[in-house]
Design a protein around this ligand. Structure first.
Ligand SMILES: [Fe+2]
Ligand SMILES: [Fe+2]
Length: 285
């Protein structure tokens, strides 16, 4: 893999896009790349399928309000956010092409999401799109933190470049988890609309992941082995993604005066920065 950093010298924001190239050699991965787990592999493939159109929507939602931002530090953070999400989008597009070849229907999911986000942008005010983005970033930041905190989740990501990509993405999601939220507040977004954004995300994101994972499994012959399917569902259900602590975290967004930094990830980011990147910000091999 090759990497270069685009950190802006003197920036008040630590956010930066790291240009990273992962390799997915043909035939080098098991189809069930998530440690052989059937349902987890399909769910991770669906999550990857959500990212290109999802992150494009996040970028458009934040960019639409750039003219209203007066704080230079926030403007710098927005630039870093957009640069990071654009890189995630690009890398997941490449991964999704590979996943499609491996039998995961990511291309159809991509078309479906393009239509869905296009519809949202037609019918919802721009501020509501930003509220939905801030809420979605609560999910991505939380999922990222769970992955970075859990050896079990890291083992579940397998041992290929898919794991490397997801760890890098998780790190940057933790880094920029408050940017869309802070922009929403800075432009006068109300608590009521902020929570409504989460209702919208919960009403669409969770059903989408469940339905799309089920559809993806329907095209996999291995899923027609009921013993393997049930074991795989149970393993995922027992994972840190669905334990009591995670449920509490998902719901914390509805607290009055919630802020993403209420969950401090400073130490976690410092630890993973050393594991993933060298002193110049380039990814360790
Ligand atoms: Fe991202
Ligand atoms: Fe993000």
């Amino acid at each position: 893999m090759t990497v270069s950093s685009t950190e802006q010298p003197g920036s008040p924001s630590p956010l930066k896009a790291r240009r990273i190239r992962f390799s997915y050699p043909d035939g080098a991965q098991r189809q069930h790349f998530a440690d052989g787990q059937l349902v987890a592999s399909h769910m991770f493939a669906v999550l990857s399928g959500l990212f290109p159109e999802g992150e494009d929507f996040f970028i458009r939602s934040v960019r639409a309000h750039r003219g209203e931002i007066t704080d230079p530090a926030m403007m710098q953070a927005v630039k870093g956010f957009i640069a990071q999400e654009a890189t995630h989008r690009q890398q997941h597009k490449i991964l999704n092409e590979r996943l499609q070849e491996m039998g995961y229907p990511t291309a159809r999911l991509d078309r479906h999401l393009k239509h869905l986000f296009g519809l949202w942008e037609k019918v919802l005010p721009e501020k509501m799109c930003l509220a939905a983005t801030a809420a979605a970033e609560h999910y991505t930041g939380m999922l990222a933190e769970i992955v970075l905190n859990s050896d079990e989740m890291q083992d579940m990501l397998g041992d290929s470049d898919i794991r490397s990509l997801l760890l890098w993405h998780a790190f940057e999601e933790c880094e920029h988890k408050a940017v869309a939220f802070d922009v929403f507040r800075a432009i006068g977004g109300t608590e009521r609309m902020r929570k409504a954004g989460m209702v919208l995300i919960q009403a669409t994101f969770l059903p989408e992941v469940i339905i799309q994972t089920a559809r993806s499994l329907a095209f996999d012959r291995a899923a027609y082995n009921p013993v393997r399917l049930v074991r795989s569902v149970r393993a995922l259900r027992r994972s840190p993604l669905f334990d009591r602590a995670a449920m509490y975290r998902y719901g914390s967004y509805y607290r009055n005066d919630f802020h993403p930094d209420d969950w401090d990830t400073t130490d976690l980011l410092a630890e993973w920065s050393k594991k993933l990147f060298d002193a110049d910000g380039a990814q360790r091999a």
